[in-house]
Design a binder for this molecule. Sequence first.
Ligand code: FAD
Length: 319
Amino acid sequence: MPDVLVLVDHDGERVHKSTYELLAAARRLGDPAAVVVGAPGTAARLKESLARQGATSVYAAESAEAGEFLVTPAVDALELAVREAPPAAVLVSATTDGREVAARLAARLDSGLLIDAVDLDSSGVVTQIVFGGSYTVRSQVTHGVPVITVRPGAFEPEEHPGEVAERALTLPATDPAASARITARRAAPAGDRPGLTEAAVVVSGGRGVGAADGFKVVEELADALGGAVGASRAAVDAGYYPHQFQVGQTGKSVSPQLYIALGISGAIQHLAGMQTSKTIVAVNKDPEAPILDLADYGVVGDLFAVAPQLTQEVAARRA
Ligand code: FAD
């Protein structure tokens, strides 16, 4: 079986769930080979969990400065791995960084790039959601090694433990003049909510929430369900909630088991980031709101009346 390279998303200690989803997707095409880019020792720490989720080999692309630069070390590592042994495909999570890594890699390799895959078959045909969700397209790369970004949440992680081979890649020194260096990192949000792209439940608030204070009802429902909080761009632009939580075309793509939209109209740019959610619930006081056409369950009502009742009910059932 040919290798399928998977770029590992991690925080140095822990592999992100989106990588386990990539490993499950990769197994449809060949043997998943995980590429870990980070400080020395990172691959050794992450190897066991990657092996448990089906990686048959782990590339360690490590250097003291690897974590100090945006995307360039990851592109270098994947290019080295591809040139060492051409894989059946390279899979990268469709996160902000992942999209940039994939685009740069495809340009360097002169390969085809497919973005936002939500499905993948064993012959390499990729299903994508395009034009903000207006169309579903099936495509295949016919030139070079396919580089594919995969939408977080599109695949279920699958435990598939086995032997794992260790490989090393020698990263070239990053040219600071041609790369973006990370100068500061935002502290992780307080609390123990799951990450937006990893959560099984996402509760998002829109302009209808009306104020930053109003997001308390969104957070309370998310916490009752053990979920993450998201926001529409209008809510972010109005300063109700931080940008890192924006869902949509210019925010994060999510595909949770349950997505609850509170006071969100359902603009196409918002739908682009959440319409592949398994079950969608919308609360909107306007019966004509487009989100209600997409929702599996729609509630026409005031979110400040509906959401607290839902929170109370969930809390009562969990007690
Ligand atoms: P609105 O459209 O103003 O809707 C608010 C909704 O709340 C209404 O339906 C209203 O009936 C309802 N409401 C009001 N009060 C209550 C209440 N008390 N109870 C219940 N319901 C209530 N948007 C994104 O979200 N993400 C993106 O990534 C994104 N990217 C974009 C990229 C581009 C290039 C462009 C042009 C736009 C983008 N947008 C994005 C913006 C998008 O077009 C919409 O403007 C935005 O999604 C609207 O957000 P909203 O639904 O919160 O606000």
